[in-house]
Design a protein around this ligand. Sequence first.
Ligand code: FES
Length: 73
Amino acid sequence: MTPPAFDSAESSSRDHMVCHCLRVSASQIQAAIEGEALGSVPEVCRATGAGTGCMSCRVRIARFLQASSSAIG
Ligand code: FES
């Protein structure tokens, strides 16, 4: 059996819940970062509502920002 592929393109195309408290998905986070040119966790939190509950997802939001900034340059 071949293990599932986990390259960045495939994992970014899958939509999953990033913020369970506010029910904000990966695609919503990504769209906010790209569409509104957001550059910090607080900006993403304000724009999407993610990270405004228990705050445990803020690390995941930061990873989206890192991936986005490294993709840009
Ligand atoms: S999981 Fe995002 S605020 Fe709790």
